[in-house]
Design a protein around this ligand. Structure first.
Ligand code: GZL
Length: 329
C-alpha cells in the first residue's frame, strides 16, 4: 500500500510535453522522427484492458496526450484484465528498448521482478491510475486518485442516509487484488463501522457490467429484492449491470434497493439523474497529460513528485443534472 501524500492539485503543463520533441530519446529508445524531423519519445503503455467506461475514457486520454504531435511514439498494449499478460507486455517493452514505460497495473502484487528489469535497462516507469505493492524505488512516479478516500466518501453518505436504521447491504467489488478494490473497500468499511449498516455479502464483478449483473442476480436469488436494502458498487459499470438484474427481478433500483457507485462516467451519471443510482463518487480518468508530463520530466533528468493525486468530487442526482452537459467523459 502506498504512502499517501495528497497534493492539492497539479497544473496540467501540456506545453512541457512539447519539449519532448526537442529531447533525444535516451535510455535505449530509438523512436522515429515527427513531421519536423525531431526525435519522438517511444513510450510503452501497458493498459489493464477495456473493462469499463472509465477505462475507455482513460485510454482515450492517454492516447491523446502521448500523440505524435506531442512528440511521442506510443506503443499501446491492453492486457484484457490478465495480470500475467500485462507483465509480459512490459517485458516486451523492455526488450524493444522503449524510452519510457507507463503502466496502469491491473493488480497490486507481482511487479517487483519486471520493474527491476526495467530499472536495470535504465527505462523509467510511470504508474498511472492504480498502484503497486512493489518498492517505490522501482518506479519514478504514480499519478491517480485516492481510492480509499473515494470509499470513505461513499461510506459517509451511506451512514448519513441509512446509519440509524437496520440496513442490509451487498457489495460488488472491483477486480480482486486491485488497488481500487482494496482501498475502496477499506475506506467504506471504516466509514460505516459502528453504524446499523450490515454487509451481508460481497463478491467481485471485476469492474465489468456483465460481472455486476451476474453477481447481483446471484445476490437476488439468495436474498430476494426485499432482503437487500443497499448496494455498494466499486464502479458504475457494475452498478449498471446490477440495475438490469434488479429490474429483471421486478425490483425498482434506487428505491427498493438504494445504490452507491464510484466513477461518474456518463452512463452512471445518467442513471443517477434517472434515480436508479442514488449517489456517485467521481474518479477522474483523464490522467494522460499528467502522465505525459511525468515521462517528460523523467527523461529530462528531472525528479518529479513521487505521488500525484487528482481531486475527486461527489454527485447527488440534482448535482449530476447540473453538470451532465459540461462533462468531458
Ligand atoms: C479506478 C480504476 C477503476 C475504475 C473502473 O481508478 O482503476 O478501473 O473505477 C476501472 O471503472 O475499470
Amino acid at each position: 500500500m502506498m504512502r499517501k501524500n495528497a497534493l492539492a492539485g497539479i497544473a496540467l503543463l501540456g506545453a512541457l510535453a512539447l519539449t519532448a520533441v526537442g529531447c533525444s530519446s535516451s535510455s535505449g529508445g530509438d523512436g522515429g522522427g515527427d513531421a519536423s524531423g525531431d526525435e519522438l519519445i517511444t513510450v510503452g503503455f501497458a493498459q489493464t484492458g477495456s473493462e469499463s467506461g472509465w477505462r475507455s475514457a482513460n485510454t482515450e486520454s492517454m492516447k491523446e496526450a502521448f500523440s505524435t504531435e506531442n512528440g511521442f511514439d506510443l506503443v499501446f498494449n491492453a492486457a484484457d484484465n490478465d495480470p500475467a499478460a500485462q507483465i509480459a507486455a512490459v517485458r516486451d517493452f523492455i526488450n524493444q528498448g522503449v524510452d519510457a514505460i507507463v503502466i496502469a497495473p491491473i493488480v497490486e502484487d507481482g511487479w517487483d521482478d519486471v520493474l527491476q528489469e526495467a530499472a536495470d535497462a535504465d527505462i523509467p516507469v510511470i504508474l498511472e491510475d492504480r498502484t503497486v505493492s512493489a518498492s517505490e524505488d522501482l518506479y519514478v512516479s504514480w499519478v491517480g486518485l485516492d481510492f480509499e478516500r473515494e470509499g470513505t466518501y461513499a461510506g459517509e453518505w451511506a451512514v448519513e442516509q441509512f446509519g440509524d436504521t437496520d440496513t442490509k447491504m451487498v457489495v460488488l467489488e472491483g477486480t480482486t487484488g486491485s488497488a481500487p478494490a482494496n482501498d475502496r473497500a477499506k475506506g467504506f468499511d471504516d466509514a460505516i463501522a459502528g453504524s446499523s449498516i450490515e454487509k451481508i455479502d460481497s463478491q467481485t464483478g471485476d469492474f465489468t457490467r456483465d460481472g455486476g449483473k451476474t453477481v447481483m442476480e446471484g445476490f437476488l436469488q439468495k436474498y430476494g429484492v426485499d432482503g437487500i436494502d443497499l448496494l455498494y458498487a466499486h464502479n458504475d459499470d457494475m452498478a449498471l449491470g446490477a440495475i438490469e438484474a434488479i429490474e429483471a427481478a421486478g425490483g425498482v433500483p434506487g428505491e427498493d434497493i438504494k445504490i452507491i457507485s464510484i466513477d461518474a462516467v456518463k452512463d452512471g451519471m445518467l442513471a443517477l439523474i434517472d434515480g436508479k443510482i442514488n449517489f456517485i463518487v467521481e474518479c477522474n480518468p483523464l490522467l494522460g497529460e499528467l502522465a505525459a508530463d511525468l515521462v517528460t520530466q523523467a527523461l529530462d533528468g528531472g525528479t518529479p513528485e513521487k505521488e500525484i493525486y487528482v481531486d475527486d468530487e461527489t454527485f447527488t442526482p440534482e448535482q449530476a443534472a447540473e453538470v451532465i452537459d459540461q462533462r468531458a467523459y
